[in-house]
Ligand binder design. Structure first.
Ligand code: PMP
Length: 412
């Protein structure tokens, strides 16, 4: 029964957390979109590699050879996972932000973006042209077409799924649009890759960025995958060891990609764990994880929107689908108060704030932020019901609930 059971075991699933009245309860995680807990397959892979902990690409000892092989195998796994073609390369970074900054240094021209983007897909682009999203995706595509056809751009940089509303964009259509006007397309996959299989070859995507920590793997490892030519033509992202072919005191010959943009000792465990997450996710997806998530998200959206005074945030009126992200506001309460109430009284972890998307929150009429509940493979129907009931309880109390941040309970 998809609506009741969680789909996969994740770390911290049975964590007990303190409540403000001195009791405790099992933690309910609704913050997968920020960082997702590790899958069992991921922690197992880390445990397997730990005894071999050593440098990569440098040592001749057995452990270094094991680590180097694991690191390079991870590159192949990730490449296969996203359907990269032979003219593409996987570069390991720290996270999505790092990947986008890296690519921003390689783009030979203007980048077109929408105003709904996460700051990571807004701020790095030097020659940025911002298109204001319309009320429908269809009309937004028209606006993008006008922008791309009026003045040439090198890149269309667009999110695969909004980190605020979960709405999914039509990637193949956007890729075709960019290509029609001689631009390439980058997809910020931070929120899409954990939820949906993306085959960049099939979709016609030139560049894809995502983060391991949102993919049920540890913090500190990310991916930029995409076409080699711009990446090979650019200066290295970081100058240093590993990025060179040869160095004289007065001249440097840089290595081609991926080494060119991976100077310094890489995050071997993070990368290998990220690849393990890709393999596990592919299996879960084949087993119907997207359906599981759809059932739970629909239940959450329906439940929250049936509570008076609760508003759900969306950008478009025609989004064909959404990932498991539901952002809302509660009349009479600030987002921080709602989030504190859910944690203090019910052991439910959500995120409140502006989600690194200040322009979007402002245009949606929530300049002071909102509350985001995001679910994942460890979420269950019981979790969803607990959240709906808790929000309903808060609303039923009226504006009488207050909390003291200083009472010591708040800080673990
Ligand atoms: N893009 C989107 C859509 C995101 O949700 C996030 C993370 N909140 C990022 C980019 C940045 O990811 P990271 O913090 O891992 O660099």
């Amino acid at each position: 029964d998809h609506s009741c059971a969680s789909f996969a075991s994740v770390s911290g699933a049975d964590l007990s957390v303190p409540l403000v009245d001195g009791s405790s309860c099992t933690y309910v995680n609704f913050d997968y979109a920020a960082s997702a807990p590790a899958l069992a397959a991921v922690t197992e892979r880390i445990a397997e590699l730990l005894p071999f902990y050593s440098s990569v690409h440098r040592g001749a000892g057995y452990t270094s050879r094991v680590c180097t092989a694991a690191y390079e195998k991870a590159r192949v796994t990730v490449s296969d996972f996203v359907g990269a073609q032979s003219d593409s390369v996987v570069i390991f970074t720290r996270n999505t932000t790092d990947s986008l900054n890296l690519l921003a240094g390689c783009v030979p021209g203007d980048t077109v973006v929408l105003d709904i983007e996460h700051h990571a897909n807004l701020l790095p682009w030097n020659d940025r042209r911002v298109v204001v999203a319309a009320e429908s995706i269809a009309e937004t595509l028209v606006r993008l077409e006008v922008e791309l056809s009026t003045k040439p751009a090198a890149l269309l940089a667009i999110t695969g799924a909004s980190n605020v509303t979960g709405e999914v964009l039509p990637i193949a259509e956007l890729a075709a649009l960019a290509h029609r006007y001689g631009a390439r397309i980058l997809v910020d996959g931070a929120q899409l890759v954990p939820h949906r299989r993306i085959d960049i070859g099939d979709l016609g995507v030139d560049y894809l960025a995502f983060s391991g920590h949102k993919l049920y793997a540890p913090h500190g490892a990310g991916v930029l995958v995409g076409r080699r030519d711009w990446l090979d033509a650019a200066e290295p992202y970081l100058a240093g060891g590993g990025a060179v072919r040869s160095v004289g005191l007065d001249r440097t010959e840089w290595a081609p990609v991926p080494a060119r943009h991976e100077a310094g000792t890489p995050n071997v465990l993070g990368v290998v764990a990220l690849a393990a997450a890709c393999e596990a996710l592919a299996q879960h997806e084949a087993g119907g994880s997207a359906d599981h998530e759809r059932v739970l998200s629909d239940r959450l959206r329906d439940g929250l929107s049936s509570i008076g005074g609760v508003q759900l945030l969306t950008v478009w009126n025609d989004a064909p689908e959404s990932v498991g992200i539901v952002t809302f506001s509660v009349d009479g309460y600030g987002p921080g108060e709602v989030a504190a109430y859910l944690s203090a009284e019910h052991g439910i972890g959500v995120r409140d704030g502006k989600f690194c998307a200040h322009p979007l929150l402002a245009r949606l009429g929530h300049p002071d932020g909102a509350v985001r509940a995001s679910l994942g493979l460890g979420s269950s129907g019981a979790d969803v019901d607990r959240l709906i009931d808790a929000v309903g309880e808060l609303v039923a109390q009226g504006p009488s609930w207050t909390y003291e941040e200083e009472n010591g309970w708040w800080n673990p």
